[in-house]
Design a protein around this ligand. Structure first.
Ligand code: RUG
Length: 870
């Protein structure tokens, strides 16, 4: 790292650059001033990290200028706002994005160069804001970018976690988890708001519907301005930090009870300390519910406070505010908005309910049962007793409203609607007496058939695994308590109507919608792949595609153009070199550039089937070894890269990580294989690593068991960057195939409709592909070491008494291998490969988050653009 800034004193010339057209003196001077007086570094021995801070602080002023103007303008205009409530925002780094979205790249690029740095290298100094687990959190970040870019009045609301997503390291090839201490150097992109604070209560008792919380904490706001692209609009992400009501108990301290003196502070700070580590496993249930309530309550209180500054009638709230609940995490909002309207604002139940339903909307992101939150009534009742009371009432009013319908249904089906004890043993519909009628009557004495039917609709239900334990189904609460429920890809939105929300869909068909996800083409094409962006802009004769992604369609006409193809390939080669260097630097593996770069980056999960990918890698390895040296010359070389974090408590996912590294250890040093196959696990996959990996990818894997991946969003990022996809007909892959032509994608595997049947049949599954058996045997026999450690992974897909191949790895293996063969064959024809690559980018416009957000704004939120004057 350089220690000396090039600080030739700025000349008196203010703007317009120096004689060589590079340095913009006023910008340069501003950076130096920030360095000296805010960062407190001496220019002569400033480090890159200091220079980054100084540049960021300088850019921040430009950002805040527009931010203040936007917020003031919106306040004056008083439009309807959307508030995006999300427990996760995976923002990544901000410097580059801010500079480019504000159009400051020329000015700052030059000033930074004149100071002896490059913007690219300063960018590397920034900590990642990893306040999210994966797709869901990154989607929220893309949405904020699009909301601002489309000039929509809107804010995000979430938690300012002190520690973000854990940092992943490898220790002997196993995942090691380290805390993500991302705020050590401060965060120049946020504005602390000590004057914006709300009280949040927990525990306590309820007397005559009046809640007296036993504990309170303070939620303090931090604003994170969100610049739109090529517009004067700068939106906001308001994050809450938990603070104690009483910082420090001096009396305890004086008594020598030092720990007790800070107990309250520590307990409060725990609430916003860590991003819950995953979306699929049990984790400090009470703390997690506390986090959810904490940020939801603060956000709603904040919105109501602002609303009341200029409105006196709460009935107008739905015309001024819409809360989008991102997954079940913020759905306690239904009860909290009811509580605030009734208990604090004095509204009646019906009035409050009408407002609540109109003001809330819900997005579902999964059908995986473990991620659909259900809080034990005991936990909810203890932590939030008034909310539990409200949810109870919502549940009973809701079920009462269904009684007639349920009665009608029972009668239609010819079933008795009276409790069995009151009913005489009745003839069944076929006229024969009911079997063992007497015994049944006795057994079901208490059972009221209507009540029994109603349990299907219950927001409060009994835990099927633990008799007598009642749970609050947060997804059901959200569907009933909001005006819209949407899935995140067409197939997913259909599945939820047929499965988890079937009963609700029958009652409220009009509430259900689809909003296929999208990703921002700024971060995920224009900025992460400048080479390709420049080529696209040149071909289309405009850079308007950055905001109007449908213009990418214009690339279609170049798909077969040999000259254009060559340029397209040259960009890919440059990006591959960049990734090659990162691989070398991070894990010390030398990978060739003249190989197919085959990537699977996402959270590690059995349903995402990294395991299936690994089985095919092992097969490839064995196959190469079986060839003669002459035959090996015909093999298409591959670099297979994996990246992704396993949830800390997810046993199988951790084994998958180890399998990748263990196979890599064997394959990468096998002289028979050489450069024909390299297997790489890149640790600590996160947003900025994705920004390097995705532009370099030639093949990406989206191979989840059909019906399990709600949408996927990395598939869209890869597509935008001209990377071919091998995938199942799952999530948004289905729509990507529609946009680019299914024949251009390597599709394999069973359809979602067949999965339940196959899961039943799997018990008798014997039809193993011999390649599958051989590969599995090699793991079981210890070819990659760790024989015992991998034993239950082997069993999970082969021993029907254990894992039962729930994710159909064995089942889909053969068609996956066929698809892989097609990949190899096509890579040999570089012209055709490149033609398809161009078609992928050309067909990616639909997957811009601008399109998604435009649909949300028009079809759910009814929020209209309001651009502040430039
Ligand atoms: O698993 C889903 C992805 O399929 C989807 O693309 C993403 C954004 O919609 O959300 C992911 N997700 C779902 N993350 N957490 C959950 C469940 O809480």
């Amino acid at each position: 790292p350089r220690a000396v800034l090039n600080i030739d004193k700025p000349t008196s010339k203010k703007v317009g650059g120096s004689a060589n057209g590079l340095a913009d003196d006023s910008t340069k001077a501003d950076i130096i001033k920030k360095l000296e007086y805010t960062v407190g570094a001496s220019p002569s021995d400033a480090k890159a990290k200091d220079a980054y801070q100084a540049v960021a602080l300088s850019v921040r002023e430009q950002l805040l200028d527009k931010f203040n103007k936007t917020q003031e303008y919106w306040k004056k205009q008083d439009p309807k706002f959307v508030y995006y409530l999300s427990a996760e925002f995976l923002m990544g780094r901000s410097l580059w994005n801010t500079v480019y979205n504000l159009g400051l790249e020329g000015k700052y690029g030059q000033a930074v160069n004149a100071l002896g740095y490059k913007l690219e290298e300063l960018r590397e100094q920034e900590q990642n804001a990893a306040l999210g687990n994966g797709g869901l959190g990154r989607l929220a970040a893309c949405f904020l970018d699009s909301i601002a870019t489309l000039d929509l009045p809107g804010w995000g609301y979430g938690i300012r976690y002190k520690y973000g997503m854990f940092k992943q390291a490898l220790k002997d090839g196993f995942q090691d988890e380290l805390p993500d201490i991302w705020l050590t150097n401060g965060n120049p992109w946020e504005i602390a708001r000590p004057n914006i604070q709300y009280r949040i209560g927990f525990y306590g008792s309820v007397d005559n519907h009046k809640w007296s919380p036993a504990e309170q904490v303070i939620a303090q706001a931090y604003d994170n301005p969100i610049p739109g692209y090529n517009t004067s609009t700068v939106g906001n992400l308001r994050l809450w930090e938990a603070k104690p009501v009483n910082e420090f108990a001096l009396d305890k301290f004086n008594e020598g009870k030092y720990d007790e003196a800070v107990t309250e502070r520590r307990k409060a700070e725990d609430i916003s300390a860590v991003l819950y580590p995953n979306d699929a496993t049990e984790y400090g249930k009470e703390l997690r519910l506390k986090q959810q309530f904490f940020f939801v309550s603060a956000s709603i209180q904040d919105v109501l406070a602002r609303f009341k500054e200029s409105h006196s009638n709460l009935k107008d709230l739905p015309s001024k505010a819409m809360f989008q609940m991102n997954d079940t995490h913020p759905t306690i909002a239904v009860a909290e908005l009811m509580r605030l309207l009734i208990d604090q604002e004095g509204l009646g139940w019906d009035e409050a309910w009408a407002i609540t339903v109109k003001t809330l909307a819900f997005t579902n992101h999964t059908v995986m049962p473990e991620a659909l939150e259900k809080w034990p009534v005991k936990v909810m009742g203890k932590l939030l007793p008034r909310h539990m009371e409200i949810i109870d009432k919502i549940d009973s009013i809701w079920k009462d409203s269904l009684k007639e319908k349920v009665l009608g249904n029972l009668e239609k089906a010819g079933k008795s609607a009276k409790p069995a004890a009151a009913a005489k043993p009745k003839a069944s519909t076929d006229g024969k007496p009911a079997k063992k009628a007497g015994a049944e009557v006795e057994e079901e004495e208490e059972e009221d058939p209507v009540e029994k039917e109603l349990t299907r609709y219950g927001i409060i239900t009994e835990n099927p695994w633990e008799k007598g334990v009642k749970l609050v189904n947060m997804a059901f609460l959200a569907v009933v308590g909001s005006s819209s429920t949407n899935g995140v890809a067409h197939i997913h939105s259909e599945i939820i109507k047929e499965t988890i929300f079937k009963d609700f869909y029958e009652i409220y068909p009009e509430k259900f919608q689809n909003k296929t996800n999208g990703v921002t083409p700024r971060r995920w094409l224009a900025y992460c792949n400048p080479g390709l962006a420049a080529l696209i802009t040149k071909a289309l004769g405009t850079d308007a595609w950055i905001k109007e992604a449908h213009l990418l369609e214009g690339l279609r006409k170049f798909a077969g153009d040999k000259d254009f193809q060559a340029k397209w390939r040259a960009v890919k080669l440059d990006n591959k070199k960049r990734l090659k260097a990162v691989i070398k630097a991070r894990v010390g593996i030398d990978v060739p550039v003249n190989a197919l770069y085959d990537i699977q980056i996402k959270r590690i999960h059995e349903y995402k089937r990294q395991y299936l990918n690994m089985l095919s890698v092992i097969h490839r390895y064995h196959h190469i070894k079986s060839l003669s040296p002459a035959e090996r010359k015909k093999v298409v070389p591959r670099v297979v890269v994996f990246g992704g974090k396993a949830a800390s408590a997810y046993y199988m996912a951790k084994k998958i990580v180890k399998l990748v590294t263990a196979v890599g250890d064997v394959v990468n040093k096998d002289p028979d294989v050489g450069d024909l196959l390299k297997v790489v696990f890149l640790p600590d996959y996160n947003v900025d690593l994705a920004e390097v990996i995705i532009p370099a990818a030639e093949l990406s894997q989206h191979i989840s068991t059909a019906g399990t991946e709600a949408s996927g969003t990395s598939n869209m990022k890869f597509q935008m960057n001209g990377c071919l996809i091998i995938g199942t007909m799952d999530g948004a892959n289905v729509e990507i195939a529609e946009e680019i032509g299914k024949e251009n994608m390597f599709v394999f595997g069973v359809d979602a409709d067949d999965v339940p049947r196959l899961r039943e049949e799997r018990k008798n599954f014997k039809d193993y592909d011999p390649r599958f058996t051989a590969v599995l045997k090699s793991i079981a026999d210890g070819e990659f070491g760790n024989k015992e450690y991998f034993a239950d992974m082997v069993a999970s897909v082969s021993d029907m008494t254990k894992g039962n191949d729930w994710f159909l790895v064995a089942n889909d293996f053969a068609t996956y291998m066929d698809a892989q063969e097609e990949v190899d064959a096509l890579y040999g024809d570089q012209d055709e490969w490149t033609r398809r690559s161009i078609l992928y980018t050309a067909g990616s416009g639909f997957f811009s988050s601008d399109r998604t957000i435009d649909q949300y704004a028009k079809e759910i939120w009814n929020v209209k653009p309001v651009a502040p004057p430039a």
